[in-house]
Design a protein around this ligand. Structure first.
Ligand code: NDP
Length: 230
């Protein structure tokens, strides 16, 4: 299995959860050092050539990617009135086009095997919206349309496509939030606390497992209730 952006935060917790269960796991990393305890390939998901090279390396070392977790994501938060073309494009290119790229590259082998699991790490914000995050929310909401269309295209091949929508999770992205915004998110969260990356990983593992063989096109919140009902 392959986790994009698996060198830290939620992606790393997901990769470690699968590795602990005995799966063959590779993570992608873009900058910095890869984790010492996992196989890793360098990949910037905005670069089609790097995506191609990363998959070729993974296939040589580990075999076909049967489970793909598209987790790499960024924010460039600001009000739309102040948002530059670059703020918008970088977020869409990473969070949306990046998911298209890795999915497109993983699919032929999944189709051939007549088995595959696509899991996209979206956000609860995709459904409720968030001031200053139009680019991010739009990119994350679009992942739902992508997954649900793929559920139709790939259902006959026994490939599922599901979306996980984390709420406030205490990792890189959330720790960068201003304290006031963090408090607002907690007020919107019935469980009244931030979640852990391990709590997201457990749900991703379920979606990749045989126990979830009849689950596709689903949007699963792991949000302490933030955004529930959407
Ligand atoms: P982090 O900022 O800790 O990690 C983001 C990861 O994505 C890093 O590994 C980063 O690599 C990688 N990445 C970013 N851009 C690219 C790129 N162009 N190509 C390849 N990899 C890239 O974030 P979190 O762990 O907090 O979040 C992970 C995912 O979960 C994201 O998609 C995020 O939107 C989503 N999420 C997070 C929430 C939270 O509260 N934390 C809430 C809801 C959703 P590098 O180390 O090189 O920067």
């Amino acid at each position: 299995m392959l986790v994009t952006g698996g060198n830290r935060g939620i992606g790393l917790a997901i990769a470690r959860a699968f590795a602990k269960a005995g799966d063959r796991v590779t993570v992608t990393y873009r900058s910095g050092e890869p984790p010492a305890d996992l196989a890793a390939v360098r990949c910037d998901v905005t670069d089609p050539e790097q995506v191609e090279r990363a998959f070729t390396e993974v296939e040589a070392a580990q075999g076909d990617v049967q489970v793909l977790v598209a987790n790499a994501g960024i924010t460039r938060d600001t009000l739309l009135l102040r948002m530059t073309e670059a703020d918008r494009d970088e977020v869409l290119d990473t969070n949306l086009a990046g998911v298209f790229r890795v999915t497109r590259r993983a699919l032929p082998n999944m189709v051939h095997a007549r088995w595959g699991r696509l899991v996209y790490i979206s956000s609860a914000i995709a459904m409720v919206g968030s001031r200053g995050q139009t680019n991010y929310a739009a990119s994350k909401a679009a992942q739902v349309g992508l997954a649900r269309s793929l559920a139709w295209e790939l259902g006959p091949r026994n490939i599922t496509a599901n979306v996980v929508a984390p709420g406030l999770i205490d990792t890189g992205m959330a720790t960068a939030l201003p304290q006031r915004r963090r408090a607002e998110f907690l007020d919107m969260t019935p469980l009244g606390r931030a979640g852990t990356a391990e709590e997201v990983a457990a749900v991703v593992r379920f979606l990749a497992s045989e126990d979830a063989s009849y689950v596709t096109g689903a949007l699963l919140p792991v949000s302490g209730g933030l955004g529930m009902g959407h």
